[in-house]
Ligand binder design. Structure first.
Ligand code: 13P
Ligand code: SF4
Length: 320
């Protein structure tokens, strides 16, 4: 049977022994609680290595977590990620108890727009389809025609077969996608507080300091940063890039834990790690995952009046 002692090898390269000693008790308790409660843990790629590699059952980017949430058969889903991810899991698998270990795990993009803003955009642009990024509340999704993630945004835009679309709320994602298509994209002014901080000067300095560096960027970065990178893609696409290309030296212009998690699996790749922390993702810890399972909290609920519309937008995306 899995226990903490048998798991240390997975994270040896990312977690020093002294730190590991503080995790053992919570990891053993969580493994036991998952069995007792028939629970699974879905963890986003930005979760810390001891969560990502030691207690999670399913890991991935927002798109993969949404797809996999749909087919979970366990009674309880603990979402080690941010609130919109937990809401998406609940929308797609409404019969399950979905728990988020900290209700404060939000997202600057989700906070940048309300359902009323989306209604106003529709009034200003009648007949133009509205695509909302999954990094939004269920109430915002419910006002939109279809959702997208960073992993499928271009495919979603193309699937609509129209000359103009509205893409909310991430301005940079919208502009990065607009650079790859003739479809006109009307954007909003939302930004990710983590990715907006990367600059072209950062990349140039890194390339000078680390010759031969391969630069990967998330499409929530400003367009000039994406243009300066060697590759841009979702967190899963960046992970796949490292797996397939095995660059000698790589930097991921994204949240810190991504590099830690991938580096564990690719000892042959040198990771340069200037990174920005997502304060929302970092609210999730082993201690509050344990507490979530022990105390059955915080249960994610979605108001009836928004659930059907939000589900329709997410399911339409997943059908592409
Ligand atoms: P991904 O869908 O690429 O995992 O991104 C989610 C996110 O919140 C990035 O900041
Ligand atoms: Fe939101 Fe940015 Fe954090 Fe992702 S990294 S959850 S987009 S604030």
């Amino acid at each position: 049977m899995l226990n903490a002692a048998s798991l240390y090898d997975r994270v040896r390269r990312a977690v020093p022994p002294i730190e590991w000693a503080t995790f053992v008790d919570d990891i053993d308790a969580i493994l036991a609680l998952k069995r007792e409660r028939n629970a699974v843990i879905l963890a986003h790629n930005y979760q810390t290595p001891e969560i990502f590699h030691c207690v999670a059952d399913i890991v991935g980017d927002s798109l993969a977590l949404a797809r996999k949430a749909m087919t979970v058969e366990a009674d309880v889903i603990v979402l080690a990620g941010v609130h919109f991810m937990a809401e998406t899991a609940k929308l797609l698998n409404p019969g399950k108890t979905v728990l988020i270990p900290d209700l404060g795990a939000g997202c600057s993009l989700a906070d940048s727009i309300t359902a009323q803003d989306v209604r106003l955009m529709r009034e200003h642009h009648p007949g133009v389809p509205i695509i909302t990024y999954v990094n939004t509340s269920a109430a915002v999704k419910a006002q939109s025609d279809i959702c997208c993630t960073s992993g499928n945004a271009l495919a979603v835009v193309k699937s609509l077969g129209v000359p103009r679309v509205i893409m909310l709320p991430d301005e940079y994602l919208a502009r990065n996608i607009a650079a790859q298509t003739d479809v006109e994209i009307i954007a909003w002014k939302g930004h990710c507080e983590v990715h907006e901080r990367f600059s072209v000067a950062d990349i140039r300095e890194l390339r000078e300091a680390h010759p031969g560096l391969t630069v990967l960027a998330h499409p929530e970065c400003p367009p000039e940063v994406v243009a300066e990178a060697d590759f841009a893609g979702s967190t899963a696409a960046m992970s796949d890039y490292v797996g397939h290309h095995k660059p000698a030296r790589v930097v991921l212009m994204t949240e810190c834990s991504m590099s830690d998690n991938i580096a564990v699996e690719h000892p042959e790749v040198e990771f340069v790690r200037p990174c920005n922390l997502c304060p929302h993702m970092k609210r999730i810890t082993l201690a509050n995952i344990r507490e979530a399972l022990e105390k059955n909290r915080h249960v994610v609920t979605i108001a009836e009046e928004v659930a059907a519309g939000a589900r329709r937008a997410v399911e339409r995306m997943l059908a592409i």
